[in-house]
Ligand binder design. Sequence first.
Ligand SMILES: [Zn+2]
Ligand SMILES: [Zn+2]
Length: 379
Amino acid sequence: MATDYYAVLGVRRDASQDEIKKAFRRLARELHPDVNPDPKTQERFKEINAAYEVLSDPQKKQVYDLGGDPLSASGGGGGGAGGFGAGFGNFSDIMDAFFGQASQRGPRSRTRRGQDAMIRLEVTLDEATFGTTKEIQVDTAVVCTTCSGEGAAPGTSAQTCDMCRGRGEVSQVTRSFLGQVMTSRPCPQCQGFGTVVPTPCPECAGDGRVRSRRTLTVKIPAGVDNGTRIQLAGEGEVGPGGGPAGDLYVEIHEKPHTVFQRRGDDLHCTVTIPMTAAALGTKVPLETLDGIEEIDIRPGTQSGQSIPLHQRGVTHLRGGGRGDLVVHVEVITPSKLDPQQEDLLRQLAKLRGEERPMGEFKPGQQGLFSRLKDAFNGR
Ligand SMILES: [Zn+2]
Ligand SMILES: [Zn+2]
C-alpha cells in the first residue's frame, strides 16, 4: 500500500464519514490551486483528493481497508495521474468546501425525526410513595402500515422529480445591471424533496404516518412528585416519512390526600384532641401509608406541639430512605359546659390554685405569629 490515505487527510482510521468530509473540506480550502499555485501544494492537493475519493466511498474504502488500492484497480494508473479535474468524482464537495453549503445542498429528506409528546398522569400519594406500574393510553402518530412510512400507495413508489431531476432545487439565470445572476430555490414541484409521490397512500395521504391509540405500561418509581417527568425514549410521535419517533414524557400529577399534606418528602397532618386528653395523655389511631399506627399523646401535650413519625413519609426519589410523617397537635378547649362539668372544672381550678390566674405576658402576637408562619409554609 503506497499511500496512507488516513494520514493524508489527518484522520483516525475509525473516523466517521462526517469527520472525513470535514477534514477534506478544510484541506481543500487551504490547498486549492486557485488559492495556492505552488507546485508542491498542488501535488498535496491531488493527494487529498485521491484520499477523499477513496475514503468517502464505502466500497472503495472497504477495498482499501482490506489492503487493496481501489484507485489503481478502477482508474488504471492511480488517482493522481489524471491531474486536477480528471476522474474526479467529488466536484460538488470541492464546491461545498468553497461555498460552505454542503448541508443545504441536494434534495432534503422526506424522513424527519418526530416530535416529543407529553401526557399527564395522576397518581395517589400512596403510589408516589411506594412506586407503581400503570397502563396509559397515548394518541400519537405511528408509522403507516399500508405504505410502511413511504407515503406511496401500495404498488407505486416515489419517483425522481422531472422538474429538478432529483436535485430538489431549481436554478435560474437572470440578467440584471450586475450582470448575469444565478439564483437557486427549492423546486416548486417537489418542495425540495427531489422526488414526487404520484399516487399518495390512501391511508395516510402520503404523510407516512397515521394517528393511533396505544396502551403503554409505565413504571413509576417511588418518590415521584408533582411535575416529575418520566422519559420514555422513542415512544413519542413518529416523524414524517416514517422518521424515528420522538420521546414521550409522562408528567406526574399527585392527587391531594384527604389527611396528609406533602412538603418535599415529609408528610404533615393535624390531630385535634380535647383539653382533658391533652392534660391526661392518650393514644389515638392514625391510618398512615404503612397501616394503622397508635399516636402517643403524652400527658401535658400543648396545642401546636408536633409528633414526628420517622421514615413514614414519602420515599426519597434518589438515595433511598423516606421522609417523616409529622403529626401536629391541636388542643380543643370545651366551649359548652353543662352545670356539672362547670362545677368539676371550678373544683380543679381551685385545687390547682388557678381560680384567678395572673397570666404571663410576652411581646407581640406569638400564637398568631406562629400560625401565620405555618400558613406561609403551606400547612
Ligand atoms: Zn401510508
Ligand atoms: Zn423537484
